[in-house]
Design a protein around this ligand. Sequence first.
Ligand code: SF4
Length: 513
Amino acid sequence: MRAPKPQPRELQARLRAAYPDARCALDHRDPFQLVVATILSAQCTDARVNLTTPALFARFPDAASLAEARQDEVEALIKSTGFFRNKAKNLIGLGQALMARHGGRVPSDPTELGALPGVGQKTANVVLANAFGVPALAVDTHIFRVARRLGLSKAATPEKVEADLCRLFPREDWIELHHQLIFHGRRTCEARRPDCAACPLLDLCPTGLGQIKDPHLGVRLTVDPGPSAPRPAVAFPRPGAVRQDQQAVPEDPAGAPGDIASEASRRSPRIMSAPQRIVSLVPSVTELLVQWGLAARLVGRTRYCIEPRWIRNTVPAAGGTKDPDLGRIKDLAPDLVILERDENPKEVAEALTALGIPWLALEIRTVEDCVAALRELGIRLGVPQAGELRAAALEASLKGRRRKGPRALVLIWKDPWMSAGPDTYLGDLLRQGGFTPIGPDRYPALSDEDLEALAPEAILLPTEPYRFNRRHQAELQKRFPHAAVHLVDGQALTWYLSRTETGLDLVKNLPPR
Ligand code: SF4
């Protein structure tokens, strides 16, 4: 199987959501303490170093005292970190070099730093990044392993992996990425037992679940049933406190099309086990569940749920989004079916109710609805932390004033033309990106005259659901010479929840002209 291309932006968005607390794990107060702690961390865990350094720094608080230290005294203080004779020699040499060449201060110049005893390229990068804020990407054992598993580098040395990562990611993100990859390597992508089933990067990872041979272990990985075992029961919030519930899954007393509310929530007892047999009738939700490490609980999908690709071979399809195969769904014996109000007709919900199958319907009309739905889904599925992390990161990205930019139209179909109106998720995505969405609400059909009358200043042509291509782009550009006509990645633009961050990035980076 061909490995998918690395997707640095998406990867960063996921890492940010999964590890918002990622930071330097070595306790330190100043550059001197950091360089000492980093030297001690060679072949030793950060936790062990943090247990060792308080006594060491109490006895030797600066370069001057360390320069005068006796070898046996330093050795005794750092013995538990391993290789203590060599490390003690380097620490005393470090103190002497700092006193002799730099007036006792740690230099922020990479060359001067690298010339100090015990300071290799990795240590220098750690100090530069964490003590002086200089963009650097030190590759340690975790980053080396994770980068190669994720297909970000095929290199066989940390130095070459570092060069590959620096080429792939923007310089201003190197420090943050360094910590996130280390956290990921420690918490999820462990050396011997990577928890692929619970990994937020699974669909971006060519190695996960044995898709290709793991470059670290030299074998194909298999699912580790341990972390995916049934989750603990989740207490639902008090009914009166479920604001997100009402926003994301509103009941419509008028019974309009798509009038599907949460049967699961209506019937749910206050304490309820997380569902273990889920059918998703929403392609982007299917992808989201995999991102949250819930692939093992997915028992059914629609034929349009095609991401990540391997899901097509492992989870059976049960019809389409508008016409799901209800008999097949019944045979799959789900304990929850997930729907979305625009994606699935209300008759599907009614039929599921008649079959006695619990369901949950989302309503996504704005990016803020995504925030609420992420929290809602996290709670319902027994992974509240995953939902909260992603929701909070998305919510934070929505802060700040939006400019009222160019009048923009998203076309979603041709013959007849159809657009996504200002009251849809796509309309709101445009708004968040600084455009002014135009056209009638919902998904109206438009004549050629309607298009002319709207006089868009920007037109977006997503590559799905209609397969717009460069020819369509050229045709429209000819008809609207003063508008910017953009052909854009349809999944990034339209797949809410699983790709909302990517969609926001996309619209924010579109040139207005
Ligand atoms: S899918 Fe598995 S191998 Fe890939 S990054 Fe996640 S834990 Fe590591």
